[in-house]
Design a binder for this molecule. Sequence first.
Ligand code: HEM
Length: 622
Amino acid sequence: MGGTGAYLNGQQLVVVVQDKRGQHGNHGGGGWANLVEESGGGTVCVVQADGVTRTVSDSETATAPRAPVTLAAFTRRALSSPAALLHEARALGAFHVKWLLGGPLVVVTSPKVATVVLSKHFQADRFALNFDAKSILVHNGPQHKSDKQILLKLFNPPLSSSVSANRPSPLLDNLVDHIQSRLNSEVFPELSAASASSSIDLAPIFEELFVDVFALWSLGLDPKISTFNDDEGIKRREKIVDAKRCLANLTFIVPTGIAWYFDCLRTFVPFTEYLMLPGHHDYLIRRNGKARARIIIDAEYIEIVKEYKENNEKRRGGLVGALIDETLARQAQEQSEKSKEAAKDEPSEQSNSKAAVDEDNSAVAVLEIQVKDWENIFGLLEDVQIAGQMPLYSVVPHTLYLLSHNPAAQNQILSDLSKLSSTRSISRSSQPPILPSLETYILETLRTCPPLATTYSRMSATNRFKLPDGWNLPSKTHITVDLLSTMRNVDSFGSDADQFAPARFNGLLPYLPTYEVPTTESNAAVKAALKADDVAAVPLRTAFVPFGNGIYACPAQRLALDIVKIVVGEILRRFEVLPASTNNKAGNGCSDIIAGMDEFGYEHGGVLRHLEGCPVVVKKRK
Ligand code: HEM
């Protein structure tokens, strides 16, 4: 078997890395070779955990390293000298260290489990993801599926016939109210006060905004501080928001090149193993005061249960209220299905009276939210808080930062915005979202700077999954798609894949969430293109996956885009955003910035961040 690839055989790890010229890793310097301890002749590409030589292709053999190469050793090397690893990546013509190791990369994490990072070398489009999704078993199977359905329903209310592009939803409008209220009370004044001659960092402003807003919205607290007219109410609100901020507090950001280690390894290798920190995960939590923050949030959960029990009619709104409603609705539905089933099996008179009794019982039963339901509701609140806040506080400042280097795009967006009524703020329910210049800009930002580095991991249930060159992945292989590299794939995005070119999305609006693309249709298009050996014909839409795809895909895709559009639009209407320094990458539409990704890093948890917090200069518009 030849070519770039990797496979897992029993307890052995075999990794083959191929450089651009098709040579197995003989890239001079031997840095990578040293990593696997003089693995012979500078040909580094085969690593076997058991140290036995293995034939890689019909004509080639490669010597295994003398000592077993452990995951921790890779990681330590990457952390102790990321620069060296990056250098080696460049020497191999790879854009990203991830791609040096991954082509695709298989990491053995236990004798039967491997984590695979599919990368730039692999066309990880929707075809692959859908294919995988069909044969997938998720970690917590049915519960995950049921939770996902709830979120999809809440975040994607049915289309109203009167408003074509918008989906009215008090829950989602309430989230936007929170955001608008926060922009008005803090962000606009902060930007207005900023001096036109010195720079301001956008990232912390939006990090705070989204963490706070998601805390208040998810816990059903009011957007307007004025409604907390008693001191105690204000203090409670502040305490909760502080606690959520503390829990969101990042511990470290690593350069993009080594971020994948965290994604792949943190589940399996203790922090102490590869970070050499003076303790374990709990240590980091304690050090950041997170334990206390946790207690505050848990106390709020207890309060929610108490309120519900004492006054069911007047319970909280926001996400928690919607989840309580949904839990009760589901219970009622289950009860009614059970009664119908029972009625079918019984003679009619008896069943009528029994159904009436059951109905009474079910009325009592549906008011009882069980402990496990509360746990599930609070679990979902936390998932949504994290899943919503992180990508938003990544993509909003990044979009503005890139726009600061692109005055022409900013003018075009402003002109589109000026066509909206000047007095009306941009909202979900009232404004038809036709702002092509802004939307294509956001989509291109998501493509080139995807807020999440990878998809969640999937587990293949069968061993049918084949990678290019015939590499076979055994069943129970964890599969993670590297979104950053996938969306730079030249086969999917053309030879200008490394360029920042929003125009590539012209004609593709409105954005169709990946869960709405009919699977059969996208698969048919992709299959036909692959069969004709014409990967370029794979529709661009199918390879654009910043929100992932398949059963794990982000359930809030449309909402997320609306939020980014609203926030960026509202800022641009009021402020001109200029680059903070004149080492100027302006003028080429940001391609220099996104080409090497040198300015970016991945936060623990795999969220893309600008290493300097997106410094810009803002000037209030007249
Ligand atoms: C631009 C902003 C966003 C981006 C780029 C984004 C991206 C993603 C990605 C890549 C995934 C994993 C998909 C996969 O494994 O295939 C995900 C999952 C998820 N996202 Fe988003 N997301 C965004 C905003 C939001 C918002 C605003 C919310 C909530 C209001 C949200 C809720 C979720 C949830 C709950 C999941 C987990 C789904 C599951 O467990 O199956 N996301 N998102």
